[in-house]
Design a protein around this ligand. Sequence first.
Ligand SMILES: Cc1cc2nc3c(=O)[nH]c(=O)nc-3n(C[C@H](O)[C@H](O)[C@H](O)COP(=O)(O)O)c2cc1C
Length: 352
Amino acid sequence: MANLFEPLEIGRYTAKNRIVMAPMTRNRSEADGTLNDMNVEYYRQRAGVGLIVTEGVQPSQVGQAYINTPGLHNEEQVRGWRKVADAVHEAGGLIFAQLMHAGRIAHRYTTGEQPISPSATTAPGEIMTTQGRVPYEEARALETSEVAGVVQDYVTAAKNAIEAGLDGVEIHGANGYLIHQFLAPETNHRGDEHGGNPQNRARFAVEVVRAIADGIGADRVGLRISPNTGAQGTNEKPGPDSTATYDALLDGIEDLNLAYLSVLGDADAELTKHLQDRWNGPFLFNSGFATVTQLDDAEKIMEMGADAVVVGRMLISNPDLAQRWQDGSELRAPNPETFYQGGPEGYIEFTD
Ligand SMILES: Cc1cc2nc3c(=O)[nH]c(=O)nc-3n(C[C@H](O)[C@H](O)[C@H](O)COP(=O)(O)O)c2cc1C
């Protein structure tokens, strides 16, 4: 078993420790998806982890889920990310952008367009938009002829990440966003080659991963998945279908030698163990939202044989968490009220 504070080879890089900052949406960028000085400072403060994975970043306008989230689909956004990359590198860190296409977890009030998804479905619940909190609207099913264009949007965003000087990208295949909507039978009722059986439902994920790997090099591409967590109406259940779906996904990408696979889920689930057993590269793990990841949880995750631990909320409230865990210093509890609200408090400033 590796120690949390040992380096880890991640693709073409060496992470200085095995604490990976979880992707976390913070809604502190500008309305047009550009970045600001606060965003630069936020990431700079957290460069002590082995690898920062940024908040979810929209690869296209229609792919934006929430308000004030950053994009990677125009020049001005790239300029902002360049400042982030420079600041993190100066502070000795590594940073991958999480490419998150919202699919149906979106609303036209924010994006100006009807959301897209594999099928015409509506996500459960409500979403905060530029015009307040509203129920989700029905997504439009992508035409077969449109799918390749969406894959291309991911590739362009990945290339933009590299142009900005970011070290790589994490493809968000988890938590009920677009890629997960293709994987899950509940949200994918397509009759073409992107729907139906597990192989077909995994196809979009495979295409996105392969196209990005081809575009920027597999050794700076990671993939995040959350099988059977049920997130945002995906409702996957443990059983032969989900095992076959995630096997088809890994079958389709394992020859690439990606930088890593990051799994969010139940450590004791058979499927988690199965995916960990068969994955031949770095395996990153996060146990999910139910409990906040503390040092003893992180150590348990290393004991289960993970190569690195993905840590979210404790890094919101303790930017220098790696140092604090190593020294045994006192920790500040995360304050959920500041997670998604704008402003510096609970983001780059802590007055408590
Ligand atoms: C404020 C907040 C925003 C999040 N945004 C994202 C996101 O953009 N992409 C993603 O994959 N997961 C997101 N997550 C999930 C985290 O990456 C992580 O899985 C979760 O916080 C559980 O880990 P923890 O117990 O260490 O916080 C978010 C979680 C929080 C608390």
